[in-house]
Design a protein around this ligand. Structure first.
Ligand code: NAG
Ligand code: NAG
Ligand code: NAG
Ligand code: NAG
Ligand code: NAG
Ligand code: NAG
Ligand code: NAG
Ligand code: NAG
Ligand code: NAG
Ligand code: NAG
Ligand code: NAG
Length: 624
């Protein structure tokens, strides 16, 4: 598509939307206005909210989205200057290198616009220091660097905005202290978008905003003119540009991937003569982290609303002609058009310049209604398995965990959630151990815990949890589970002899099981006599009273092996059947050192009928 390789650098092509497409669309549907929006005014007193009458959206305090930080009001002298009401107060984060907002609900796989705004407003009385040593901190979208906020003025509203596809049912935004002042935040907003918009944002990459302007406009355009509440800033009045505007209706194709609001398209700039180009330039922000050389996506939007005489122009990017198929651009009359980069621009110089130049045959000078410059956020880090993230988020919510749990549970090194360890298989990280001991937890154990399918160690001791625990948890063969048994054992419904029980799951190894299966008339047949074909729960299970000595071995998760005779001793001749797992009966036992254990057996008559193969898989899994 017009990609010119001979230029020696990457020149992505612009797509010019041919006027032959059908399906004209005038307005977006109004019935979904404001739906799927999260509007958070950071630093508002807990539990409060207000209607921002300028835009007609309700803003709420941030207490449901973050557990850390301090509320502040900006200095009273700036209250009157406020452009956004949400900038009157803020939340600052003097403690913790990393503080995250968890924005939910979201739907995994859907597209969202996420925006954070920052206005210092001399909240800490230190605005004068900002000139000498600007406040700098980073904003991350989950694991990924999103923006570096460089605050050198107390009255400027800094904005970080990104379009993302949610990976799980929440979106995590983190502020990172890089040692150059206390991070703070004025507002967080999230808007659901149509998935067809901004095709560059997909599951494996996001785009973040560098600039978005409505040219020729005299004030900010946003919701409800823009149903997605993008902020279209007025142009800064570049000298030599002329402002144009119309009140005529402007139409667009239903397949338009950018859906620029009509109000934005109703103003434009033009140059005074056909021989004067319109030019745009931008650069990589100063002080950007060295490892990030962003690739830029430029979108230009135009609609002709002057007399219908020929207006045609070419676009040059850093000096190179950037037009597909040798076709110049001729904006449609009262119809939305765009040119977009199909691949990100990167230039090692960090400087970018785009010139829009009328063709020789053009009667009218070039014009431009709006533009956006986004940069690519690559998702190249190993993120945590989405099911584990969901489960951890649920656990955090249901338990209201008092630990500083924020962002991705398995974030690299120093930011990994307190109380858990993870293991990466190179593709995703999985939660391996979770220590929730002495965490003041009340109530029921969330089922979500059973969704941490790679969990090997779970410590719930020292809390005040209700019985019983989810069976799947008690019976997970590969899990070492630690808990208190103050008011009856939550895993077997019986009063325990000890206050704290360490329950280890001991599993019979294949040798024994094979042996058992081979001699079906022995142990299991005995069992069957009293408990016909299907094993019930263990309430009145007498289980084996006599046995033969088997020469097989069993072993535990510590890779210890036991003979069948030892197993008989450990379980006191299988006297206490404490439940039925997916494979068959589970017996209580005690090792010589006093360790409480559960002995799982495979029964071909198990109610849930799980097979030998799965059982063996579970057994082998213990050898981690
Ligand atoms: C804002 O919230 C209030 C009460 O919570 C409600 O009465 C009002 O309708 C809401 N306004 C909007 C625009 O959603
Ligand atoms: C901010 O000001 C409001 C009233 O204008 C007050 O209710 C609130 O407590 C103040 N917040 C802080 C953190 O001082
Ligand atoms: C703040 O920084 C920006 C970008 O580096 C610069 O253009 C601007 O002049 C600075 N403002 C002040 C008040 O120093
Ligand atoms: C065009 O509009 C902008 C924004 O309102 C303004 O700053 C600028 O001075 C205007 N330019 C001209 C030539 O009137
Ligand atoms: C943009 O165009 C104007 C007028 O043509 C010119 O004065 C200015 O230097 C140009 N800026 C850049 C960055 O090319
Ligand atoms: C564009 O024009 C150049 C010369 O004017 C020609 O060499 C080239 O083949 C043309 N490309 C296309 C895609 O038509
Ligand atoms: C540019 O627009 C075309 C549709 O005209 C779309 O297929 C493509 O994905 C867009 N590319 C980017 C990077 O936005
Ligand atoms: C357009 O004008 C330039 C110089 O002004 C000239 O070099 C070029 O050949 C012309 N192109 C056409 C297609 O006439
Ligand atoms: C994301 O996937 C698309 C194809 O689905 C691919 O074209 C693109 O390069 C990928 N992006 C990254 C950052 O890997
Ligand atoms: C969990 O943490 C507590 C206190 O830090 C510690 O005593 C206990 O041994 C840990 N549990 C596990 C299973 O490591
Ligand atoms: C466990 O994960 C599955 C699949 O991801 C999900 O459908 C289910 O709701 C989860 N259960 C809990 C209790 O979170």
């Amino acid at each position: 598509m017009g990609l010119n390789k001979s230029m020696g650098c990457t020149i992505p092509c612009l797509i010019f939307l041919a006027a032959s497409l059908l399906h004209v669309h005038v307005h977006s549907d109004d019935d979904s206005l404001g739906e799927g929006f999260i509007n958070i005014d950071c630093g508002l007193p807990d539990g409060s909210s207000y209607l921002d009458e300028k835009i007609g959206l309700n803003y709420t305090s941030d207490d449901g989205y973050i557990d850390t930080g301090e509320n502040h009001n900006i200095s009273a002298e700036y209250n009157a200057h406020e452009l956004l009401r949400s900038s009157l107060n803020l939340r600052s984060f003097p403690n913790g290198g990393r503080n995250c907002y968890t924005l939910s609900p979201a739907t995994a796989g859907l597209k969202y616009l996420v925006r954070a705004t920052f206005m210092h407003g001399n909240y800490d009385g230190k605005e004068r220091d900002l000139i000498r040593s600007p406040l700098v901190f980073d904003v991350y979208m989950g694991l990924h660097f999103w923006d570096r906020i460089y605050v050198n003025s107390s009255t400027t509203i800094y904005v970080a905005e990104a379009i993302i596809v949610a990976a799980v049912s929440s979106v995590s935004v983190c502020l990172i202290d890089i040692g150059r002042g206390t991070p703070f935040l004025s507002s967080m907003e999230m808007r659901k978008m149509k998935s067809s918009l901004y095709p560059a944002a997909m599951h494996n990459q996001s785009i973040a905003l560098q600039e978005r302007h409505s040219l020729g406009a005299s004030s900010l355009v946003r919701y409800p003119d823009d149903p997605y509440d993008r902020l279209w800033w007025p142009s800064q009045g570049t000298s030599g540009w002329l402002n144009l505007s119309t009140t005529s209706e402007i139409k667009r194709y239903s397949t338009d991937p950018f859906e620029v609001p009509v109000r934005v398209l109703q103003t434009a700039v033009t140059s005074p003569t056909t021989s004067t180009p319109l030019n745009l330039s931008w650069e990589v922000p100063s002080g950007w982290p060295a490892m990030v050389l962003p690739g830029y996506y430029l979108n230009m939007y135009y609609t002709d609303f002057q007399e219908q005489r020929l207006r045609a122009f070419d676009v040059y990017y850093n000096g190179y002609l950037w037009v597909p198929n040798n076709l110049s651009i001729t904006p449609n009359y009262l119809f939305s058009d765009y040119s977009n980069a199909t691949a990100p621009f990167t230039d090692n110089s960090g400087f970018y310049n785009v010139r829009i130049i009328a063709t020789n045959t053009s009667v009218l000078p070039p014009m431009l209604n709006a533009y956006e410059i986004n940069y690519l956020i690559q998702h190249d880090d190993t993120a945590t398995d989405t099911q584990d993230v969901e489960a951890m988020m649920n656990i955090k919510t249901e338990y209201q965990v008092e630990k500083n749990w924020m962002g991705d549970p398995c974030l690299p090194e120093k930011y990994t959630w307190i109380g858990l360890t993870c293991k990466s298989d190179g593709v995703t990280s999985r939660v391996k151990t979770l220590n929730l001991s002495f965490n003041n937890l009340y109530g029921a154990v969330p089922d979500s815990l059973t969704n941490l399918s790679s969990l090997r160690v779970l410590d719930l001791s020292g809390n005040h949890l209700d019985s019983p625990f989810p069976e799947a948890l008690c019976m997970a063969g590969s899990l070492t589970l630690r808990y208190d048994a103050m008011n009856g054992d939550p895993c077997n419904g019986k009063s325990p002899e000890k206050k704290s029980v360490l329950l280890k799951i001991v599993v019979a190894v294949p040798v024994v099981i094979v042996a058992l299966l081979a001699c079906t008339l022995t142990v299991f047949c005995f069992c069957r006599k009293q408990v016909p074909s299907v094993l019930p729960g263990c309430a009145n299970l007498p289980c084996p009273k006599s046995h033969e000595d088997y020469k097989g071995h069993v072993h535990t998760s510590d890779s210890r092996e036991f003979t069948y005779a030892e197993l008989v001793a450990i379980t006191n001749n299988f006297s206490t059947c404490i439940g039925e797992g997916g494979y068959g009966p589970v017996f209580h036992g005690e090792l010589k050192d006093g360790t409480q254990v559960a002995v799982k057996m495979h029964s071909p008559t198990s109610a849930t009928g799980k097979g030998m193969e799965e059982f063996l898989a579970e057994v082998f899994n213990l050898n981690l």
